[in-house]
Design a protein around this ligand. Sequence first.
Ligand code: ZN
Ligand code: MN
Length: 474
Amino acid sequence: MNVIIGLEIHCQLSTETKLFCGCSTDYRNDEPNTHVCPVCLGLPGALPRINRKAVEYGLRVAKALEMEVLEESEFARKNYFYPDLPKGFQITQYDRPLAVAGTLEIEDDEGHAKSVRITRIHMEEDPGRLVHMGGGDRARYSLVDYNRSGIPLIEIVTEPDLRSPQEARRFLNKLRTMLEYLGVFDGDREGALRVDANISLEGHERAEVKNISSYKGVEKALTFEITRQRNLVRRGQRIARETRHFQEARGITTSSRSKEEEHDYRYFTEPDLRPLRVRDWLEAIELPELPVARRNRFMAEYGISLNHARTLTGDLRLADFYEQVAAVDPALAATWVADTLLGELNYRSMGIGSVPPDRFAGLLRLIRDDAITDRGAVDVLRIMLDQCSRGEACETPAEIVRRQNLGKVTDDDFSAVVRRVLAAHPQAVEDYLSGKKGALNFLVGQAMKETRGRADPKAITRIMVECIGSEGGF
Ligand code: ZN
Ligand code: MN
């Protein structure tokens, strides 16, 4: 049974002011209900005015997704009652959205390129945020914060082209990356991207899973749904067409209500806003370098592998970070950023933003100049990241090396260690001299232990062979 998935993605646009009023969108550190005015509180008689920047941002996305922008689009009222929207309707777009018919290319589960069709993009206002005190079903009362009310959203709707939860996750990652490259989206804001997913088994009714707010959540919710729907079919039961809620903490979806039909919303044209005629703005919109172009440039300009280039350009800030440290040595920087640093950051749930590029470049210089072994460098990196994550002023890599005595041991230091090891293990030396090559590995291992991994095993081996040769078998 084929799995059929389509997504509806709400993204907050990172404009400075709201969609229909001048209230600031940056309320992260402020008290609830402090970024509000008659318009975004929905007071009677307040009139909306469209935010030009938000429309430009929407067009940027439309252009990047190669969509057709309508000659004339218009706003509509979507009527429903819920305390997150006190005026009793949401201003959105309905049958004449901003743009239609786009595509975004992703990799399918076999690693082949695949085009996912984008049905439409429309603009709408974000409702306020409800906080249920006491949690979920048992809440005794709810609080409402209208700071979020009126934040500009674009809703991106895909055709049902996705075939697995993994494809859906890849699509969302790709989309998020593109939105960040376009400079219209700030993924760090809580709830900046919220997903509704339609999912069905071929030939059966579909379920809509609402308001999933993380990428991992999307994959989990869809995986759960596939199992649930397959089990129903196996038992010969009917799959109901319904809206389901994803319970992030439990990893399951539960039925929330029977789905409203579109006609329940009583859409009609918003009489307080004129139609948008913005197709001719498109020409003036210049797109920045997008992920694929940047990936190709990284390969050409820095001579790094496709895999490294793909990883590094898969996130705007990571790509910027790489370019800030690449001058030290592009290939070395690619390896250390894409392979080592990313792993260490993931392990600590840290973002690349908390790593000072100059410090990291300093570490790369130590590695390049052979002042430190790879293992020593990883130790320095870990100490650096621990300091950064605690928000401490972090030391330079050179300072850490000095303080922790992590510097590479010189040949002279090696000789002393090697002599000690040889003296302590005469039998192994004898074995080696009588042709047992394995004995050398043992001796090198002992010396590595003594230098606590700061030595390069090749150098140790070389010095050891020299030592045994010149001093004729201890
Ligand atoms: Zn306002
Ligand atoms: Mn919507």
